[in-house]
Design a protein around this ligand. Sequence first.
Ligand code: ADQ
Length: 478
Amino acid sequence: MGRLINVSNRVPLAKTAAPGGLAVGVLAAMRARGGLWFGWNGETTGQEPGEPEITIRDSLTYATIPLPQTLYERYYSGFANGTLWPLFHYFLAGFRYEDQEYAAYEQANALFASRLSPLLAPGDLIWVHDYHLIPLGEKLRALGVRQPVGFFLHIPFPHFEVLRALPTFAEIVRALLAYDLVGFQTETDRESFLNAVRVLWGAQSVGDGGTVVSGGRTIRTGVFPIGVDVQAITQSAAKAAGSAPVQRMMQSLVGRRLIVGVDRLDYSKGLLERFQAYRQFLESYPEQIGQVTFLQIAPLGRQKVQAYAQIRDELEQSSGRTNGRFADADWTPIRYLNRNFPHATLMGFLRAAQVCLVTALRDGMNLVAKEFIAAQDPDDPGVLVLSNRAGAACELTEALLINPYDTRGIAGAIQRALTMPLAERRARHATSLATLRENDIHRWHTRFIDELQAARGRSSGELAAGRLRRLQQSLSSS
Ligand code: ADQ
């Protein structure tokens, strides 16, 4: 079996790396398969980076490079997070396009390719992650890389009517066709991509099973909903429940029930709407005043992007308003924290909660929703209130599904969750847990890697068939 090379913008070695779902998934693949993880080291420099630095940590191998400061700003804060992120999450109002940022995006991908390609060996499988690196496959091919290269998009792929707001949308779609396998979180995302291919190159360019034929090559597409390590989370949550930080938090509730939210601070996560819904809940169900505490954990990231500074201010004001209006000398309705916690502690918080709020306005999957289910005590589980616009809603149909813009609907769902009979909570949790077990993180990376491996056989088969065709043609013409 070939060596697995994972490539993502950030690797978790970076001191400045904010926690995120991608790292959780790639780490699981690396722990199972070994191999190499290539990416940015989290530092910027005044000049072009040299050879990658190799680091071995916890028996995993990382190869990292710094990025030139201006390039980083235009590529990362600019095109990746100022253009693609809002566009792919359907936030056209927060989207901008600058030629020089797109050029920097291409350039950063060419730089990644040039530093990665010398590290590659013939049997390798290359797995590229997420929207920062869409053109990487094309750049690797241009350098003569022939190994199978797959791409997984962790975030949604937008409908064509949204996608075409991007002046360079055709280049982005074409770049994805340089891969052997392109994976999405949901069928809706894959269908949006295939639809863009049909619009650009005609209905005949998409074949059975979502394959795309382009330039004599066959590109496979697939749906690989990312999962969580159910067993590990169940164990670590149960263990963390007795740990000092979780115990201290529990004691501070003095018997009140806990509603929890855990998200990177990002406008796509629907935090502002969530805060409004919680205020609405206290207004609509005054009997709950003083009976519940809402703990929202939202570590900062991407602070250089303007939209993030704005959402941060708005959230501070919103939580301040709710606390100002409803708090008592011995009760704070919202505890809003901008800090990171060790993953195990977070799992302990999730286990301690009666309700978890996941109200993303748009989300590729949302691992917190899945982690909450896995962290529960099956005998007395909490209830998940889940946005119908998160990929996780396709699988977690037993959660209380809400429209994240409907603050009254969310308030009602919180009340329903808090008053749900034990038998119903158990039944809903058992169904969700069975779904998560069936499609856990191991199945996610195994399925993707197996399909990519199969692409190796197919592409060498196609090459051989091409050679045979050319040989037959030259024989018949001579
Ligand atoms: P994210 O947008 O980062 O991921 P999510 O899927 O919720 O969102 O994953 C966040 C991860 O970070 C979870 O494992 C969570 O426990 C962890 N985390 C959050 N806050 C933390 C904190 N304060 N301290 C420590 N850990 C914290 C992107 C896409 C998602 C997709 C994932 C995976 O946006 O839609 O589900 O990738 O593909």
